[in-house]
Design a protein around this ligand. Structure first.
Ligand SMILES: *Cc1c(COP(=O)(O)O)cnc(C)c1O
Length: 394
């Protein structure tokens, strides 16, 4: 796989500027901007696109996305405050289980588009806090739907017992609270059942059942709701990017479903993380050592899974490219396991990967490292230096 020219240039420059072995995250902001614009362009008219910031909350990433999204989704009080500080005018969604009263209270001062309520207890707290402040809190009720066919993907957080959202049976009691509490303003329903979705047709079927359920629940409970949040979860195929979620095809199917189910007057809201930011990030490790152990080659890079836990978290071999240095090859046409500097056999980024050539001093550039990467890593383990962070500008 060849790296984009801007990324190559950036890495060459880093190498020239620094004499110590390199370890860095490189974020290609112009590429991120092109990607979000392209996503936006094909999105049907009545749809909204929020960015789920937990995928990558880097300030520069947020600021690049801000003009092209309808807002940000925060999955915790900490994220919420961070997002408010970085982009005070962006509409925010406050989701996630176990919200503290204090966090709900602070949120009342921000530009909140919706509180995603995950339980009846939380709904009661929200009502009380909003009442005390004399404001109305915009509420979306998260539902853990029971579907005829449970969704299939590597990470499912609904359609089965989970700590997220309300069961459909719990909806009536939640609605009773909403009707009694004038401090709550019900905006709509929220479904987010899975992540790592690669199959467009399966996802369209899921959206179809969301539409059907939304309409049915509105009819059953006599509700007129302006917003339906259909979550995120569009997947990246790490071994073959061309098999990643086909967003353009999905949007064409989505438009057909919107027409078929008369959903044109409802705002269909997405909150997407991985699919937005994964491709803009690169994790770069310079090779410190190459050795053979019991017949297998290992390349030890500067850094490791304490910076870049994605391959360990996903249990996969992460895709990478070798940027050759000036040393003659020590390995030619062999397989090598790429590891970091940690004293644990779990510190593996890719196992037994064929490389054409590799030498000490070469760079291993891991692609698709812009989502659930640095910020999900156990950064202080072993107290190694953090990676440099470099942002390519337009
Ligand atoms: C994490 C999360 C998302 C984003 O998921 P991606 O797979 O990164 O798109 C959206 N909604 C909720 C409620 C989440 O927890």
């Amino acid at each position: 796989m060849t790296l984009p020219a801007a990324v190559n240039r950036c890495i060459e420059q880093l190498k020239a500027e620094h004499h110590a072995p390199l370890c860095a995250y490189v974020y290609d902001l112009p590429a991120l901007e092109r990607h979000i614009k392209a996503m936006r362009e094909v999105l049907p008219e009545n749809c909204e696109l929020f960015y789920a910031a937990k995928a990558n909350p880097e300030a520069r990433v947020l600021k690049t996305l801000a003009p092209w999204v309808d807002g940000f989704e925060a999955a915790s009080g900490g994220e919420l405050t961070w997002l408010h500080e970085q982009c005070p005018d962006q509409p925010l969604i406050f989701g996630g289980p176990g919200k503290l009263d204090r966090e709900l209270d602070i949120a009342m001062q921000y530009c909140i588009s919706a509180f995603h309520v995950e339980s009846v207890t939380e709904l009661r707290s929200l009502a009380r806090i909003a009442r005390e402040r004399g404001v109305r809190a915009p509420v979306m009720l998260r539902l853990n739907l029971k579907l005829a066919r449970a969704p299939q993907s590597r990470l499912v957080m609904g359609g089965k017992p989970t700590p997220f959202g309300l069961d459909e049976e719990g909806l009536a009691s939640a609605l009773k609270i909403v009707r009694e509490e004038s401090s709550l303003e019900l905006k709509g329903l929220h479904f987010h059942l899975l992540s790592h979705q690669l199959d467009v047709d399966a996802h369209l079927e899921l959206i179809r059942s969301y539409f059907l359920t939304f309409r049915q629940l509105c009819a059953d409970h006599n509700l007129q709701l302006p917003v339906l949040n259909v979550g995120g979860g569009m997947g990246i195929h790490y071994q073959d990017v061309t098999q990643s979620f086909d967003w353009a095809r999905f949007c064409r199917g989505l438009k057909e479903l919107i027409d078929e189910y008369g959903m044109g007057a409802t705002r269909i809201r997405f909150e997407i993380g991985r699919f937005i930011s994964a491709a803009c990030g690169y994790y770069v490790m310079q090779v410190l050592d190459i050795k053979s152990s019991h017949g297998e080659f290992f390349a030890i890079g500067r850094g490791g899974t304490h910076h870049f836990r994605t391959p360990a978290a996903q249990g996969h071999d992460h895709p990478f490219t070798v940027v050759r240095g000036t040393e003659p090859a020590q390995i030619t046409g062999q397989s090598v396991t790429l590891v970091g500097q940690l004293c644990t056999p779990k510190d593996v980024l890719a196992r037994q990967q064929p490389v054409a050539q590799l030498a000490i001093g070469d760079l291993l550039v891991f692609t698709l490292a812009g989502a659930y990467a640095w910020n999900i890593s156990h950064q202080n383990f072993l107290m190694h230096e953090p990676p440099r962070k470099v942002f390519i500008e337009g």
